[in-house]
Design a binder for this molecule. Sequence first.
Ligand code: ADE
Ligand code: ZN
Length: 381
Amino acid sequence: MICAKLLTQAARLALRDELGANQSALMHKIPKVELHVHIEGTLTPELRWRLAQRRGVKARFGHDDIKIDTLQDLRTAYDNIISSAQLCAGLPSEHLVTFFQAYYSGFEFLTTRQDFYDLAMDWFRRAAAMNVRYCEPFFDPQGHTSRGVTWEDMMGGFRDAQRTAASELNIQSRWIMCFLRDQPPEDAIKHYKAALEYRDMIVGIGLDSNERDRPPCLFEEVFALARRDGFKLTAHCDVGVKDTHTHIRQVASTLAGGCGLDRMDHGLNVADKTDLTALVAQRDMSMTICPWAYLRRETYDSIAERIRVLVDAGIRVSIASDSPAYTDQSWVTHNLLLTQRMCGFTDRDMVKLVKNGVDASWAEPNVKEAILLEIDAVQDS
Ligand code: ADE
Ligand code: ZN
């Protein structure tokens, strides 16, 4: 039985393949949105390899102890990523790569406008194949400007891809600019001001990266500015991190001038405390839940139980993928199918979660309406 222990890597990969194989499942064909995907977290081994070859450099991964001579080495390295919790548990570190090491080491292959275009188009093409109609990808500008990448190349590549996706793939999108919480708040403000030139592309502001000892309140000034300027606001509350309940409370009720943000990314630990569950429900806050991303550090059963608590409390939960290339290549459809399996949800329950995503999105009303109509048509067919 699937179970009260962490799933092994082999079990996760087998589950992914099994869920992905049943192409007639409603979750494959249903039109959907994706509200929590880091564009840098969609860099597959294949694309990393291609970008490295184009640049004429080695396809480094994580740190220099990891030997990557072939595309297959890279695929294996992606499969072997561990969580920082597993690292703390005393595994020998020289041959292992944590999620954040893997994720940030991919940034060095993104330099030119063409690189950013290729990254975004790779995602949009895959999204189209999964019947994603609208998405709000996150991007981490600080991870690029700090390496000398220009805003023009980064945003230009994203903009070109966004236009191609709309005209050729029937996918609308708006970007969410995330600040790295392990960098100084002043750097977030500097980037916020620089990004205003690209305002028409950006719908929201988020907060990501390593959450340990970096509470969201450190970023109050930039959130207050962004709210004043009309941006939507969200922040990561990663699962099981130190002080998570305090961080959740700030995101749900005190940030951005004392009312809290508009959405919460992850925040599964809301389910641990009845007062937090009631707070998020009463504020009518939406949450993006990415169950596959939790499998390396939380048990299958405990993830399922907490999702059920949130849904039963009437919280607008939507299901997303986070950084799918680094979480066993499990994309939004895999996350929906996993949720259905682990929570024992019916197709009808799942349609509600998919519609939650549309409601929680920051798309124009006509875009939302069109997707909801399409969902009803597929459901009735
Ligand atoms: N950046 C990319 N994925 C992330 C995650 N799961 N948490 C925080 N920052 C991230
Ligand atoms: Zn995330």
